[in-house]
Design a protein around this ligand. Sequence first.
Ligand code: ZN
Length: 453
Amino acid sequence: MSETAASRPQRKHLHFDALVQLARQRFESVPEQRRCPAFSLPDTLMAGLALFSLKDSSLLAFCRRTLDHNLRSVFGLKAVPSDTQMREILDEVDPDKVRPLFKDVFRQVQRGKVLEHYVFLEGCYLLALDGVEYFCSNKIHCDHCLTRQHKNGTLSYYHQMLGAVLVHPDFPEVLPLAPEPIQRKDGQKKNDCERNAAGRWFKRFRKDHPHLPVIVVEDALSSNAPHIRDLRAAHCHFILGVKEGDHKHLFEQFRQRLAADEVEIVEDVDASKGITHGYVFANGLTLNESSEEKVNFLQYLEMHDDGEERQWTFVVDLELRQANVRRVAVGGRTRWRIENETYNTLKNQGYHFEHNYGHGYKNLCTIFAMLMMLAFLIDQVQQKCNPLFRAAWKKKGPKSALWEAVRHLFASFEVSSMHEVYEGIAYGFKRPSLKVLIEQARGEEDEEGEDTS
Ligand SMILES: [Zn+2]
């Protein structure tokens, strides 16, 4: 049922200030290993989350806010460590301790009945998975860096993660689940890889969400037998891109079926746009010669009246039928949202995903990436569920202008919540006249002068 502005529930437990409170509770539960620390661990973790919520361009810029009352009132910080202290403290934190906060936020989204909007096909959610590199250097490195040996003898160090976001073709907002770092374990000599990270991710995903019905959508790198076995073992449906160059045997079977007239075809003509959509599919093909893995195959063609033709091919575990192939093709193509709406947003829309806020020797690089993804999750929930956030965004236009306005208000006025900041941006505020303020201040000074005489 669609919601109107009047009927839309307020869902205050999903608003920024409530989710920051939730983060605080989770950070309070992270065990403190240090004796008599000058800055508490929850405060330092909250400072990291505040850094990425405000999207300051450097850690130093954030730490210049040390005396800002608003860090206390909005983020509950009792004290703000210096940039060096913050790096040292966070470097020691196990990223797994931050991970449960993704589930905490997810539960709230579920409770707010927002998740049900994301059901896509046969009662399942679409879950896009993809690896991304977010740090690379020839010099800076830590115990967990992956390494790349170049032909000229040089070595580069890098970090990647396997991201996972719930997506829906009708909504621009994505809901990230906890990412899995792709990195070396303590003492490990060999590089970790996306495939191993995916195996770990599925196990942890099913521990966190044992019954969440999902259709995993991924690019063509994932359509291999071991990965498909991992997907089936985790009870995940899948729609995976597939390319002829990697799967000659599969495409050959499809051509044989086509020649024998053993495929099904659905065709939709959209005369208004001059496009014909063609769906050609066959169930029960073998993925490759060396495995017994059975998959269903869908070729989706987009044929334009001017002769332009585009096509996508997918392997799917759901049985393909006339009634579901349109939706399956849409689902497969929604995969790009993890690249576009997630990684590109993090890189280009104010989050500084590839900026090095500090690398550390152990966990700092990973902790910063996790905290940034959490800040992004909280922002996405605001965009989806907080009308005041949307009003503020509408007023400012591009996201970068909204973040700039948040930082400006945060630095210029005393506020008690982010709600007030969004409200100020959305509905404006009367700027006090500088002349009046100076006169008031002078008046107060004169009164003080009289009292002491
Ligand atoms: Zn590293």
